[in-house]
Write a protein that binds this ligand. Structure first.
Ligand code: ADP
Ligand code: ASP
Ligand code: MG
Length: 404
């Protein structure tokens, strides 16, 4: 008997009809002879609505209480889904993240999973039940409820698949797989039949919402067998593999991330320890930094620019201003009307000139590039937020992703 972890996103459980439909698909897998562990997100926009409710009470809700609130969304889904499966005469049980023993560090609203104690889930599976686990949440050693950051149910699913040594982790969502670009932005985007762990990670971390970055990271690290597919239609999705077959194109996908803010410290001293002081202060606030660029120093002074998520802008600015004196910065500037576009592809490694082609395609649209960062298989540019749609479409065409 094989064990499958199936994760259903919020749109898949928005409303009773969809919950019943999902229950049907889960029961089908059970009847086909698999053991099934299900991970589910809060219905529809419930997480957004809960955040809005908190903001109506106070501008700065305590993170612990925010987690307390947000965790209720997933609890709605697990209970309703368990009822729908039960109504089909199949044994099932819903578990919160805490009940499923998903242990996290104590960092509210963005906790990382430290360990999963599988004993409870094993007992339920052994009793012949379908186990339904609330995504996006865990529990600390002190039994505090935490959440895993937006999109965190994907990470719950991968972490469970890894801990349970599942044969497969299926991410069911509102698109038919991982596409060459966000299909909402690029109508010509195509589903990729396969993608490598490295590419999935680079696409996720550069803004492709389809799988949370932590989930892609964990899947790669633990080599979790994984696929992304549609919750609505029963069609082949995208299989995540170790090696990308059939490399015909240099670029596999184009991504964009609107959730970016740019911070610049101007005129910092060109001496050892400056970057350390600045980024230590930012890390101490648990703020994730994405791109970092330092200009060539002139008269022993340089500018350091970096990007963070929009939500982290205020904390990052505060942290940077706190050390501005000691690093000799003239000013700390912040700009949240920017976005990042990236091209990702394992084929880039052996193909020179890919970055030049990207810059050329942007220039042809008269789009100015403010920051550039590269990795072996990715090139990212920070541009004006207003230019994103034009940029993504132009890059999609430039790298011939429109054509089958
Ligand atoms: P879920 O609620 O199932 O977790 P999400 O909204 O988090 O769903 O993620 C799915 C969405 O990700 C899609 O509707 C799509 O608009 C977006 N997306 C962004 N980039 C991509 C991509 N490259 N391939 C597929 N979907 C993408
Ligand atoms: N409900 C959470 C969110 O909206 C987690 C998830 O959907 O994965 O971010
Ligand atoms: Mg998601």
């Amino acid at each position: 008997m094989s064990l499958i972890v199936q994760k259903f996103g919020g749109s898949s459980v928005a409303g009773p009809e969809r919950v019943k439909h999902v229950a049907g698909r889960i029961v089908d897998s059970r009847r086909a002879g698999h053991q099934v562990v299900v991970v589910v997100s809060a219905p529809g926009d419930m997480t957004d609505d809960l955040i809005a409710m908190a903001k109506e009470i106070t501008d700065k809700p305590p993170a612990r209480e925010l987690d307390m609130l947000l965790a209720t969304g997933e609890q709605v889904s697990i209970a309703l889904l368990a009822m729908a499966i039960h109504a089909r005469g199949i044994e099932t049980i819903s578990l919160t993240g805490g009940q499923a023993q998903i242990r996290t560090e104590r960092v509210h609203t963005r906790a990382r999973i430290l360990a999963v104690d599988r004993r409870r889930i094993d007992r339920e599976l052994a009793a012949g039940r379908i186990v339904i686990v609330a995504g996006f949440q865990g529990i600390t050693e002190e039994e505090e409820i935490t959440t895993l950051g937006r999109g965190g149910s994907d990470t719950t699913a991968v972490a469970l698949a890894s801990a349970l040594h599942a044969d497969l982790c299926q991410i069911y969502t509102d698109v038919e797989g991982v596409f060459t670009a966000d299909p909402r932005l690029v109508p010509q985007a195509r589903r990729l039949a396969q993608i490598s762990y490295d590419e999935l990670l680079e696409m996720a971390s550069s803004g492709a919402l389809v799988v949370q970055t932590r989930a892609a990271e964990l899947a790669k690290q633990d080599r979790v067998r994984m696929e992304v597919r549609s919750a609505l239609v029963d069609r082949e999705g995208t299989v995540v593999t170790d090696n990308a077959f059939e490399r015909r194109r240099v670029v596999t996908g184009v991504t964009h991330d609107a959730d970016v803010a740019k911070i610049t410290a101007t005129g910092v001293g060109d001496r050892p320890g400056t970057a350390h002081t600045l980024f230590r202060a930012i890390a101490d606030r648990h703020v994730n930094v994405n791109m970092i660029i330092q200009s060539v120093p002139r008269r022993e002074r340089a500018d350091i620019s970096f990007t963070v998520a929009k939500n982290d802008m205020a904390a990052a600015v505060e942290a940077a201003r706190g050390v501005a004196g000691s690093i000799g910065a003239d000013e700390i500037l912040a700009d949240d009307r920017v976005a990042m576009v990236s091209i990702v592809g394992a084929g880039m490694i052996s193909n020179p000139g890919v970055a030049a082609r990207m810059f050329g395609a942007l220039a042809a649209q008269r789009i100015n590039i403010e920051l550039i960062a590269t990795s072996e298989i990715k090139v990212s540019c920070v541009i004006r937020a207003d230019d994103v749609t034009t940029a993504v479409r132009a890059l999609h065409t430039e790298f011939e992703l429109d054509r089958p």
